[in-house]
Write a protein that binds this ligand. Structure first.
Ligand code: ANZ
Ligand code: ZN
Length: 907
């Protein structure tokens, strides 16, 4: 960029200015929050995984919380705005393999690089509260909490299916299995699935509460709550027994007991014990089970299955129906067995069609339903309607009762509605009501090195024994390069004495899922150095919940659900008090797309490096552009023009303030105009404040831009009033400062502000009463003048007269806004009688209008138009006269209406 000498002096040199203010904040400890603060505003961004690379998604995420935290701080709030590092995980292990280093050194380097970039972006964190999950002082508490959970009965060892590489003889993480063919990432051998015991946290114990409390999280986006509801997947149903000859009673789980007369086959999951029993004497079934268990869940379609030759007896009809083993029946859902009703279930319909099984209709639309029973053909497609089907997106408190499906061909139950039939069948068949959840327990075992060692020791005699508290943390041994889990190879580390009996024993070599780390890091920020507990219970109870949480939608389910689960458990074991939900308000920022509207990515070659933007334009430009481009939840495409525009705006504000500071502006005093500008300043502050509160930073910046351009016009139009102009500048700079903090500081200094703007007081936000109405009046009037000038074709207007409607017309409007029948109401009004016909005529014109706007009393209209007259003068180069109706000729006065002054233009 080339600039002339003079412009250069006026330009804002970000390379010099930004680091200077970053040090100033640091020295003044602006972002530090005292331990004894009571209930500070807790503003939190999801901490980053330590890839070492800051991308635009991060920049957006962190600019949002930073701007909001700065806004709240200026409003006088104590603000807790911490940052940390989600620093365990497989990528570090892979990087270490590739680079001949170890995960710790690699991770620490990444952290240093990212921290530097955060500082360069001007993000204001309390670095004394920095939390690093791979630090033994952090993961020690993962281990301690694991033991607390275990004590509370929330840890179990259960079998789980794992990826196994037969050649490396090791378990592989899902990420280590490559491609459709499922090859080991190291040796390209096709992997197997093996059932092995793993550690689980029994989150299912909290399924009901995790679901129910979603109803109260009204500071969360609806889609996230819905995703969690679906993930938890509550199904209310029943179980009843079918007798399978020779094998006895087999329980099924169903949500549609009303359809039981339509069952035409019975189906077992491949893992069901009865399926295994049948397989003992039936090769086809044995083969099918083996095939199904080796395959990946998604590889088999709904029609995959095999007939067993056995029959099950339907307890409702006494009918014998064929028993299949089918992969679409899941072993660990419900009872792992179901009766199938092809007429009323899509999957069953597809299966039955493929296997040529009967389809028998037992439900038809109720008379009041939209669908004609004649139009339902279950041979073609399943009729799945029952009126209460789609509950997942309905808050549990407001779910509809009842049903619009009615039973047919169901014996004595014919004619009943589905919902009622379900109740009656449970009784009649001696079934059990049963609630099932799709949510599974949380398997936290990972067979990798770079994670928290699970603090258990296995002893031949004592079984699993906990590592005693005083031996925590169980620190990771040195990293070794190996094909399998490096912890398995760490012989010296692995072999220990049993804490109970002293015999030779072996450490658990699995580490914890890194989601454990992120399930409580927001509590560690409260007391990051505490070495007697994971966090200070009293302070955490006071500071929680997080008031504003901002992060990516990719965490909508797992991270947020696990963090909610942890919070509830911690409350139950008395480590927290009264904070059963961790995050009050949640915002998921939208994606930053590349210029072409595609997702930004290195491989697509459309990535924009934050570092390049910082270097070229400065952090403030990047921050401002991102915040102006869209509201936080919306995605937007990167735009070089947008970046330029933000950059130019910052330079403009800078120049205006600089000219002011340099004493280059001539001042005078003009009462009405100064009044107008003064009121605009107040109104802008009020508007911007509200927009900041609502996380509509783009609107707040729009208001700020308008104020700055008003100040420029003010300066050009007249010799402005010094105090008003200065107040306008100060206000604009303050409104801008949370988003563009470096420019904010620089200008604050030029304007002789006290201390740092980061700690300055937010502008008082009292908008003048009815200001929106006043603005509308001014804007409408300006538009009307423009219309007249255009339509009449006036070249060079000399005088523009604006005449405000008389008081009695205001009275008529007031009556019209209230009354149903306008004309009689006006005619009956004593005060209006003397305006007789004129009042009636005016009432008639109002009666025809759909809505009648609020309006200001005549004196306020006069004042507002007089203050804003200069804008019209500037626009048309004419004199503007503002008068009340009785000061002008009747022919003009009669045209004036409240909110719409009469306009006369003379050439
Ligand atoms: C009979 C029936 C008739 C069902 C009908 C549905 C419709 P959703 O889909 O959420 O309602 N089910 C039971 N156990 C299963 C398992 N282990 N694996 C796969 N599916 C299983 O889930 C409940 C339904 O899923 C149950 O209700 C059952 O099929 C099936 F017209 O029973 B239903
Ligand atoms: Zn032992």
């Amino acid at each position: 960029m080339t600039t002339t000498g003079e412009e250069h002096e006026r330009a804002f040199d970000h390379g010099e200015v930004e680091p200077r203010w970053q040090s100033a904040w640091d020295e003044a400890d602006v972002f530090r929050i005292d331990d004894d603060a009571t209930d500070p505003e807790y503003v939190l961004a999801m901490f980053p995984y330590t890839s070492g690379q800051l991308h635009m998604g991060h920049v957006r995420n962190y600019t949002i919380t930073d701007a909001f935290a700065r806004f709240e701080r200026m409003r006088g709030e104590d603000v807790l705005h911490p940052m940390g590092w989600d620093s365990f995980g497989l990528p570090a292990e892979n990087a270490a393999e590739e680079r001949d280093t170890n995960p710790r050194d690699w991770t620490m380097k990444c952290i240093d690089r990212m921290r530097d970039q955060f500082v360069e972006m001007g993000f204001g964190y309390d670095w004394e509260r920095e939390v690093t999950t791979c630090d033994p002082e952090y993961y020690r508490w993962n281990q301690w909490l694991f033991k607390q959970f275990r004590e509370a009965g929330l840890v179990e060892r259960q079998g789980a299916e794992l990826n196994w590489c037969p050649s490396c003889e090791t378990v592989l993480a899902d990420e280590q299995v490559e491609g459709e063919a499922e090859l080991c990432w190291r040796c390209d051998t096709p992997i197997d699935h093996r059932e092995m015991d793993q550690w689980f946290l029994t989150i299912t114990d909290y399924a009901e509460e995790l679901l129910a409390d979603l109803d109260d999280l009204d500071g969360w986006p609806t889609n996230v709550r819905e995703m969690q509801r679906n993930w938890i997947g509550k199904q209310e149903g029943a179980s009843v027994a079918f007798e399978v000859a020779e094998y006895g009673d087999v329980d099924i789980f169903t949500t549609r007991l009303d359809t039981i007369h339509g069952a035409t086959y019975f189906s077992l999951a491949p893992g069901h014990p009865v399926a295994r029993q049948i397989a003992e004497d039936n090769d086809a079934v044995a083969e099918y089970i083996e095939m199904a268990e080796g395959a990946d869940e998604d590889d088999l379609d709904v029609t995959s299955g095999v007939f067993t030759g056995e029959y099950a007896t339907n307890p409702a009809t006494g009918e014998a129906i064929p028993v299949y083993v089918a992969d679409y029946v899941l072993t660990d859902v419900g009872t792992g067995a179901l009766y199938a009703v092809p007429a009323h279930d899509d999957r069953d319909h597809e299966f039955a069609t493929h296997h040529d099984i009967d389809i028998e209709q037992v439900i038809e639309p109720a008379p009041e339903a939209d669908v004609d029973p004649e139009d339902v053909d279950v041979q073609e497609a399943a009729y799945t309607e029952d009126g209460v089907l789609d509950l997942s997106d309905v808050e549990s408190s407001s779910r509809p009762e009842g049903s619009n499906g009615v039973l047919v061909d169901s014996g004595e139950f014919d004619g009943l509605e589905s919902a009622e039939a379900r109740d009656r069948f449970v009784e009649a068949l001696d079934g059990d009501r049963r609630t099932e959840y799709t949510l599974r327990d949380w398997g936290i075992s990972r067979q990798r090195y770079w994670g928290t060692p699970i603090p258990m020791i296995h002893c031949e005699d004592c079984g699993y024994v906990e590592v005693p508290d005083e031996e925590l943390p169980v620190e990771l041994p040195e990293f070794v390069h190996t094909t399998g889990n490096p912890l398995d190879a760490a012989e010296e580390w692995k072999h220990v004495d049993c804490p109970d009996c002293g015999a030779d024993a072996v450490r658990e070599t699995d580490t914890m899922d890194t989601f454990v780390d992120s399930s409580w890091y927001f509590l560690r920020y409260v007391s990051p150095d505490l070495d007697s507990a994971p966090f200070d219970t009293e302070r955490a109870s006071d500071w929680m919940p997080v008031d504003r949480y901002v992060g990516g939608i990719e965490h909508a389910v797992m991270h947020l659900l696990y963090a909610r689960f942890f919070t509830k458990v911690l409350d139950d074991v008395d480590l927290l008090e009264g904070a059963r939900e961790p995050f009050m308000n949640l915002t998921n920022q939208g994606m930053v797309l590349g210029e072409n509207g595609n997702k930004m990515s290195k491989s697509r070659g459309n990535g924009v490096s934050p570092q390049r933007i910082i270097d070229e334009y400065g952090a403030d430009t990047a921050r401002l552009f991102i915040m102006e481009a869209a509201q936080p939840e919306k995605e937007f495409a990167w735009s070089p023009e947008g970046v330029q525009s933000s950059h130019r705006f910052l330079q403009n504000v800078y120049r205006l303030a600089d000219e002011f500071a340099a004493g280059e502006i001539e001042f005078g005093s003009e009462g009405d105009i100064a009044d107008y500008v003064g009121r605009e300043i107040d109104a802008t502050a009020a508007r911007a404040t509200e927009e900041y509160e609502r996380f509509r930073f783009n609107h707040a910046m729009q208001a700020t831009r308008e104020l700055v351009s008003l100040l420029r016009r003010y300066r050009e139009a007249t010799d402005p009033d010094r105090a008003t102009f200065e107040r306008g500048l100060v206000t604009a700079v303050k409104l801008l400062a949370p988003v563009a903090p470096h420019v904010g500081e620089e200008l604050w200094e030029r304007l002789d502000g006290d201390g740092l703007i980061a700690e300055a007081e937010w502008p008082a936000a009292g908008a003048p009463a009815d200001y929106a109405t006043e603005r509308r009046l001014v804007e409408n009037t300006r538009e009307d003048v423009r219309d007249i000038v255009d339509t009449v074709g006036i070249e060079d207007p000399e005088t523009i007269t604006l005449a405000v409607a008389p008081a009695w017309k205001h009275d008529v409007v007031a009556i019209a806004r209230e009354a149903d029948d306008v004309v009689p109401a006006v005619m009956q009004n004593e005060g209006l009688k003397r305006h007789g016909e004129a009042a009636a005529d005016f009432a008639k014109t109002l009666a025809g209008r759909a809505n009648i706007d609020e309006h200001l009393p005549p004196e306020r209209e006069l004042g507002a138009l007089r203050r804003a007259g200069w804008l019209v003068e500037r626009e048309f180069g004419a004199d503007v006269v503002v008068q009340s109706a009785d000061e002008v000729e009747d022919s003009l006065a009669s045209k004036a209406e409240p909110g719409r002054p009469a306009i006369d233009i003379q050439e």
